[in-house]
Design a protein around this ligand. Structure first.
Ligand code: SF4
Ligand code: MG
Length: 320
């Protein structure tokens, strides 16, 4: 199939415990019924404010979290309920680049060992082969050979993220989830790391899920973009369509907030009312309705479903 990944009606709920006896008092609906697919070689950008469920969605797809409901099909295999050895077997094909490279690198471990460890665990290659492979990976992410014998604290933020990327590539995965990979970095190095990821995508024939809270970062990276709000997918479309003609009022507000130098593109900024509501107690009807500048009566009563309103352009909104 042309899809490397298919997500069907995925839900990830966390129980919330309360009181001395830690009774379950409710569920945080972190991911509340989302569906999408990612084609081979494509980058899908996933955006939304913090707490909208995009990281939880990513972690669930990697099976670091257990889905509450739904299906995850990876490379034709249903991985929703895999465990033990079969899960470990599939893990080498799905890797993650984390937001905070420093927190995800063991400070006591030599950089070369950090990258060699997953290769060793899966292949039991010889010491000489491992070293050759690690040095090749270091070179591919733009780090000098002698980085092998250094420790994470000896590197800058951007270099540490390169180490994290080399580690993610070590097992030659097919699919990488990059969870805000540049948001902890200085603005001056952000575009270098983004360009590196783009180059590596070609060299390693990777498929990406690229998570960001910022529509300007995903614009550079993505072929298609999904916009999440409060655990739901609000809209998903080809990048050009989404920026040229955003359909969901939430997407319209996000796009109106992107600073632009071009005076012809100057549009009225849409200011969102209030804050994102708690996913423990989401609004009735459309989850966006308390903040929506376009809301109609219907919106507080019924939850809109994501539907295709134009070719490859899906939106969850009663206006369409
Ligand atoms: Fe706004 Fe209603 Fe559309 Fe929700 S369904 S985004 S509240 S117009
Ligand atoms: Mg996050």
């Amino acid at each position: 199939s042309e899809n490397l990944l298919e997500i069907h009606n995925l839900k990830t709920y966390y129980p919330v415990k309360g009181g001395f006896f830690k009774h379950t008092v409710g569920d945080v609906k972190a991911v509340d019924n989302i569906s999408f697919e990612i084609k081979r070689g494509e980058t899908l950008g996933l955006v939304g404010e913090s707490g909208c469920g995009k990281s939880t969605a990513g972690r669930t797809i990697l099976r670091l979290l257990k889905p509450t409901e739904g299906k995850i099909i990876f490379d034709g295999i249903d991985i929703t309920n895999l465990s033990g050895k079969s899960l470990r077997g599939i893990r080498k094909d799905l890797q993650m680049v984390f937001q905070d490279p420093y927190a995800s690198l063991n400070p006591m471990q030599m950089v070369g060992d950090i990258i060699a460890e997953p290769i060793y665990n899966f292949t039991k290659k010889s010491r000489a082969e491992l070293k050759k492979e690690v040095i090749d990976l270091l070179e591919k992410v733009g780090l000098p050979e002698d980085s092998y014998f250094k420790y994470a604290h000896e590197f800058s933020g951007g270099q540490r993220q390169r180490i994290g990327i080399a580690r993610a590539l070590a097992l030659r995965p097919k699919f990488i989830i990059a969870d805000e990979p540049v948001s902890a970095l200085d603005v001056s190095v952000q575009s270098q790391v983004l360009n590196l990821l783009k180059d590596l995508q070609e060299v390693f024939e990777l498929t990406f899920l690229f998570i960001a809270h910022d529509l300007s970062v995903v614009k550079h990276m993505s072929d298609r973009i999904g916009v999440m709000y409060l655990g739901n997918m609000a809209e998903i479309a080809e990048k050009a369509c989404l920026y040229a003609e955003p359909l969901h009022p939430y997407t319209q507000a996000l796009i109106s907030a992107i600073p632009t130098q071009d005076p012809r593109q100057k549009k009225e900024r849409i200011i969102l009312k209030g804050d994102v509501p708690s996913p423990l107690n989401p609004p009735t009807g459309c989850p966006f309705h308390p903040r929506c500048h376009m809301a109609i009566e219907e919106c507080s009563k019924h939850k809109p479903v994501l539907k295709e309103v134009k070719s490859s352009h899906r939106v969850a909104c009663h206006l369409y």
